[in-house]
Write a protein that binds this ligand. Structure first.
Ligand SMILES: [Mn+2]
Length: 244
């Protein structure tokens, strides 16, 4: 929290998809958000074991779910009490810019906003060997600004999140197309896919998405932008050690 926020509205809720195999990715993502944020934020990991315990999540794990938050992410508006705007983001992101700039993009006429990638991955597997699936609107759901108070998002009850197909949820089929706003791709900059144009600052990443797997996996320790993630990880570890 910063001084300029005193008296302002509630902190921005940022729900982060948490996977037990990627705890360090979550911690580093969180660190990068907090380090650069000029607004007050509340970072909340969505842990599958927690939402199972609290009775919000009961579906069986499917073979195509590459992370523990494949479906739990769609509980975001519910978890935010269907109030205000909230962010959902995968844990495999590294923020390079102030999240205030992202929040300033919100437009109440939309039910959700996201980067609308036109993306077909080259890899057939991702991360630690999980199957890479290809579908329309691939990667749109990995970082979403939810207008949690929008009436259409009331559809996202635990009942629906636990019963609907992956296609329905990941393609946002509870919404009409015009209810889905667009955000510049630099807020979900896909490592290995999105391109920087050195002559065009609007292409410089504001949040890198290590969607194929990040440096916390042996197979991806030399991926593009690995050094940025490693640097953030070292800062996180240094601070965590000092604080204990
Ligand atoms: Mn991801």
């Amino acid at each position: 929290m910063t001084v300029s926020d005193v008296g302002n509205a509630l902190p921005l809720k940022i729900f982060v998809g948490y996977d037990t195999r990627e705890d360090i990715a979550y911690e580093v993502c969180r660190h990068s958000i907090l380090k650069l944020s000029s607004i007050s934020v509340e970072i909340i990991p969505i842990k599958q074991s927690d939402v199972r315990k609290s009775g919000l999540y009961w579906r069986e794990r499917g073979q195509l779910e590459s992370t523990e938050f494949s479906f739990t992410r769609f509980l975001t508006p519910y978890l935010a009490n269907f109030e205000g705007w909230a962010v959902f983001v995968d844990c495999d992101f590294l923020y390079l810019a102030d999240i205030k700039q992202l929040r300033d993009l919100v437009d109440d006429k939309y039910a959700i906003m996201c980067v609308q990638h036109d993306y077909t991955p080259n890899e057939t597997t991702k991360m630690d060997g999980a199957v890479q699936t290809v579908y329309p609107r691939k990667n749109w759901s990995s970082m979403v600004l939810y207008n949690c108070g929008h009436p259409k998002n009331r559809a996202l009850t635990p009942q629906l999140v636990n019963s609907q197909t992956g296609a329905f949820l990941h393609r946002f089929q509870w919404l009409d197309d015009h209810e889905i706003g667009s955000i510049p791709f630099v807020w979900n900059f896909l490592e290995g896919h999105s391109q920087v144009d050195e002559n065009d600052p609007t292409t410089f990443p504001k949040a890198i998405h290590y969607t194929r797997g990040g440096p916390w996996f042996e197979a991806w320790k030399n991926c593009q932008f690995a050094h940025l993630w490693m640097k953030e990880r070292d800062e996180y570890l240094n601070e965590a050690n000092k604080g204990n």
